[in-house]
Ligand binder design. Structure first.
Ligand code: XMP
Ligand code: MG
Length: 195
């Protein structure tokens, strides 16, 4: 059958009110971004992708493979920071839950972010990476909410600009759920009141 994603029904489709970015749109955009990044980084020895867990994990996996298809090998690193807990608005307080495993001095770092909302998390992260002496630090974010931006952060590659509403899926969660959805969408209001 066909569900909210316009394709195969997946578990949790029933909790989604509206699809904001479909899985087809996500894969097409990832391919486009990867082509652009592969071209921009054609002359450097190595590129280090830094994934911000957990939300960016789906994007990281698909983006890294797309870069490979476009002839750009990469290395993968993971960081986990906490800015929200289970709340749906930004506190601006960032805590490192998992740090980088390696020295990034002199490396070309590309931060892979799921979503730029207020920009507070990213702003903090960019300062942190710069303090670790990376040669270059750029950001690729799958989704951005332009109306929510509180600090002006330099995001070189952006997948989609979306309205200022809370979204889940493709790595993004509400109380740790819905990350496995293949698309990005808005939850039905009833989901929040039953929590
Ligand atoms: P800020 O406001 O610091 O937020 O740019 C960045 C982090 O907050 C989370 N975030 C969301 N998570 N749906 C989610 O599931 C959303 O609509 C949303 N907006 C922000 C996310 O972890 C992001 O990295
Ligand atoms: Mg979250």
């Amino acid at each position: 059958g066909t569900g909210a994603s316009g394709r195969t029904v997946v578990a949790d489709d029933a909790d989604i009110e509206r699809v904001v970015v479909s899985d087809e749109e996500i894969s097409a955009k990832i391919d486009e971004l990867a082509r652009q990044v592969a071209a921009d980084y054609a002359d450097v020895d190595s590129v280090l992708l830094v994934c911000v867990l957990k939300g960016a994990v789906m994007f990281m996996a698909d983006f890294a493979r797309a870069l490979g298809r476009h002839g750009r090998p990469v290395e993968l690193e993971f960081m986990a920071v906490s800015s929200y807990g289970q709340r749906t608005t930004s506190s601006g307080v960032v805590r490192i839950l998992k740090d980088l495993d390696r020295d990034i001095a002199g490396r070309h770092v590309l931060v892979v972010e799921d979503i730029v909302d207020s920009g507070l998390t990213l702003n903090w992260l960019l300062k942190y990476l710069a303090s670790r002496s990376a040669a270059t630090v750029e950001v690729v974010a799958l989704v951005r909410k332009p109306e929510a931006v509180k600090v002006d952060v330099k995001v070189r590659y952006i997948g989609f600009d979306i309205a200022n509403e809370f979204v889940v899926g493709y790595g993004l969660d509400y109380a740790e759920r819905y990350r496995e959805l293949p698309y990005i969408g808005v939850l039905r209001p009833a989901v929040y009141s039953r929590g």
